[in-house]
Design a protein around this ligand. Structure first.
Ligand code: BG6
Length: 492
């Protein structure tokens, strides 16, 4: 393994994301030997912390690791804290000096990763200052990792992107979508492009519909401030769901490089059928979780949650039918849904194949209801693996079809070896591999699709339908799929 050299400058070093995700991810890379001697981290935020206090924060964020205390402490000794006002040019000068000093001290070869993990309203300002105050090095690499939300619609995303590209080239910008760091999402490419068998049937001739479910059991938690401005459409559909559609539906890239993969995803997004306002109303459903009695107690609905407006029109559930206007997919609905406070936390993809034309085993050969469709299920989380549901003969006299499953579940050991999404993506960024990051053109196309829906919804002030906590959403989501004769396969 190579020992990678880099300085990480984390904007938002005192924040929740840094503590919950980034520090543990860096520690994993350290324990696995990707980071050894030649790395340092500058955490910046407004509050005036000492390095000692920062080290305590790092140690606390590693509390879940069984590693030796001295290993943790040596790791934490690579961290430096710099109190920083992102709007103050002078502060970038101080940062630059500290960066240069650490570069010498740890022989970092002028490699820098700038990580934006704070309030998105400062992303543009930070990038401009990094340029104007000459933080970028001449000899090493300079890469920007940027968290979501990347804008709140196409226009604001474009403004932000224009700001970033004044300082960074497109191939220096790593827009994170942590779904692309998940083992089973990356596995979609292996399934599709590593199996002649699946490759041959991956099209409208054999596939009836595709279903993507990103279900969560938690509610809005303590994030109402953010969520009220976002809703499920912006929070999950614009990024994670669109990326999953991209992985499932893009054409085979010429190679596995970032450039080729991102190009195919962009082409795919551009092929998504734009809807008229009337089509949006029939093809997309939104809802809110409502107050629900659970075991004799009333669980608060979304509108009763802390910091949520009592008449909030923010959706906590979205379901929709996405159509792709290209030769491979025309006429095949991609059904998607996501929501908070659903029956359970599960991300699952179902590829539903077309049934045989006739059923010679039924009294009425045209009775399709007696045959279940073949389904390829990709279990993304919490279980990971895949299963192919096929029909076989029911054991015994007579001749009835019953579905059986060829299943492949990853076991505990394999899952334990699988890197967490942030760990994987940070390593990819360190290696200069942008394959699992989002290109601006993908983002632009996905915002344009989502903006059209948002616009229709914002203009319609009728109260949202509600769904009970612990269900799989409103009846409208079931009806959406039934309208084409299908059913949601994942039905806990
Ligand atoms: C985030 C959303 O991007 O993804 C959250 O902002 C959501 O609202 C989370 O809970 C879900 O991610 P995961 O990995 O738990 O499925």
């Amino acid at each position: 393994r190579t020992d990678l050299a880099a300085l990480f400058i984390i904007f938002g070093g005192s924040g929740d994301l840094a503590q919950r995700k980034l520090y543990p991810a860096l520690f994993n890379l350290y324990q696995k030997g990707y980071l050894k001697e030649h790395f340092a981290v500058i955490g910046t935020a407004r509050r005036p912390w000492s390095d000692e206090h920062y080290h305590e924060i790092i140690m606390t964020s590693l509390a879940g690791f069984e590693a030796d205390e001295t290993v943790k402490k040596t790791f934490a000794s690579h961290f430096y804290y710099q109190s920083h006002d992102v709007t103050d040019a002078q502060h970038y000068e101080t940062l630059k000096q500290l960066a240069a000093k650490l570069d010498d001290q740890y022989q970092l070869q002028q490699n820098r990763i700038y990580y934006m993990a704070m309030s998105p309203r400062f992303f543009g300002t930070i990038a401009s200052h990094l340029g104007s105050e000459a933080l970028l090095t001449a000899d090493g690499f300079n890469r920007l990792i940027i968290e979501k939300p990347f804008g709140r619609d196409y226009d604001s995303a474009k403004i932000l992107n224009d700001e970033l590209t004044q300082t960074f080239e497109e191939d220096q910008i790593y827009r994170i979508d942590h779904y692309l760091g998940k083992e089973m999402i990356q596995n979609i490419m292996a399934l599709r492009f590593g199996n002649g068998l699946l490759g041959a049937v991956w099209n409208k001739q054999f596939i009836d519909n595709v279903q993507i479910t990103l279900a969560e059991s938690v509610g809005v938690e303590d994030r109402a401030g953010y969520y009220e401005t976002s809703g499920a459409l912006r929070d999950m559909m614009q990024n994670h769901i669109m990326q999953v559609i991209g992985m499932l539906a893009m054409e085979m890239p010429v190679s596995f490089s970032a450039e080729d993969v991102q190009r195919e995803k962009t082409r795919l997004f551009k092929s998504i059928q734009p809807y008229t306002p009337a089509e949006i109303k029939t093809n997309f459903v939104r809802a809110q979780y409502g107050e629900t009695p659970v075991e004799g107690q009333t669980q608060p609905g979304y509108r009763q949650e802390t910091n949520v407006a009592p008449a909030s029109q923010t959706e906590t559930f979205v379901a929709g039918k996405v159509l792709i206007d290209n030769e491979r997919w025309c006429g095949v609905p991609f059904y998607v849904r996501t929501g908070k406070r659903l029956a359970r936390k599960e991300t699952q993809i179902n590829i539903v194949f077309k049934k045989t034309g006739v059923n010679i085993f039924a009294p009425d050969k045209n009775d399709q209801s007696a045959v279940a469709p073949d389904v390829l299920t990709i279990f993304v989380e919490p279980e990971q693996g895949f299963a192919l549901t096929l029909n076989g003969k029911k054991v015994g006299q007579g001749f009835e079809l019953v579905p059986g499953q060829l299943a492949y579940q990853y076991n505990q050991q394999m899952l334990a070896d699988s890197p967490e999404a942030y760990e994987r993506l940070i390593l990819e960024a360190l290696n200069g591999d942008g394959t699992n990051f989002t290109h601006w053109r993908e983002l632009a196309a996905s915002w344009q699709f989502v903006d059209a829906i948002r616009k229709v919804w914002d203009a319609d002030q009728t109260a949202l339908p509600t769904y009970p906590i612990g269900s799989m959403g409103p009846k409208e989501a079931t009806e959406l799929v039934q309208s084409t004769g299908a059913e949601w396969i994942f039905d806990p």
